[in-house]
Ligand binder design. Structure first.
Ligand SMILES: Nc1nc2c(ncn2[C@@H]2O[C@H](COP(=O)(O)OP(=O)(O)OP(=O)(O)O)[C@@H](O)[C@H]2O)c(=O)[nH]1
Length: 189
């Protein structure tokens, strides 16, 4: 079977770690310095649940509550990874606003989506409990994960989960799309 093509957009407030998660997944490295992104596209071939995928990741510019949702991200995207930082309450508020705008723009009720609470390594600075993140994801019927791009913790799970969600929406026979252990059988090629 030829690889399935999947386009995934990574969205969220500024400095939550969208680029770091993407680069950790694609290149297996973490860069500590911070450079705001305008837009970057990465591709990677992965095998998840026995299926090969050519994944295009669109790492987007950080948005805030006043940003106009870029229309290009409402088209030709199979699924979305929405990211906040567990140390930044504003980033949780913004991710909720982004979600509302996204649903408005796509005009769909069910969009394949994963909510990620990033920077889980910063235990001492945590401002958002796991429960708060999970509740928000549940209200969206999205998969929820906490991750650390810095420690490469649950990063593969995030992308495996979104691939699973897309498959599910596609009517695929792959079943549930993720959960805490959803990424364990994602093989990077
Ligand atoms: N401790 C810790 N720091 C992180 C983590 N992920 C990202 N960072 C740091 O947070 C800062 C912002 O990371 P980026 O990946 O550039 O964030 P971004 O969301 O792409 O930022 P924008 O391009 O402005 O939207 C950088 O200094 C990263 O090193 C993480 O998991 N843990």
């Amino acid at each position: 079977m030829p690889p399935k093509q999947r386009r995934i957009a990574i969205l969220g407030f500024r400095s939550v770690g969208k680029s770091s998660l993407t680069i950790q997944f694609v290149e297996n490295q973490f860069v500590d310095s911070y450079e705001p992104t305008i837009e970057n596209t990465f591709t990677k071939t992965v095998k998840s649940r026995g299926q090969e995928y050519q994944v295009t990741l669109v790492d987007t510019a950080g948005q805030d509550e006043y940003s106009i949702f870029p229309t290009q991200y409402s088209m030709d995207i199979h699924g979305y990874v929405l990211v906040y930082s567990i140390v930044d309450p504003r980033s949780l508020e913004v991710v909720q606003i982004i979600y509302d705008k996204l649903l408005d723009m796509t005009g769909k009720v069910n969009v394949p989506m994963v909510l990620v609470g990033n920077k889980k390594d910063l235990h001492a600075e945590r401002k958002i409990s796991q429960d708060q993140g999970r509740k928000l994801a549940d209200s969206w019927k999205a998969v929820f994960l906490e991750a650390s791009a810095k420690h490469n913790d649950s990063v593969t799970d995030v992308f495996n989960a979104i691939l699973g969600q897309i498959e599910k929406a596609d009517g695929g026979a792959q079943g549930q799309g993720g959960g805490e252990n959803g990424g364990k059988n994602c093989i990077v090629m």
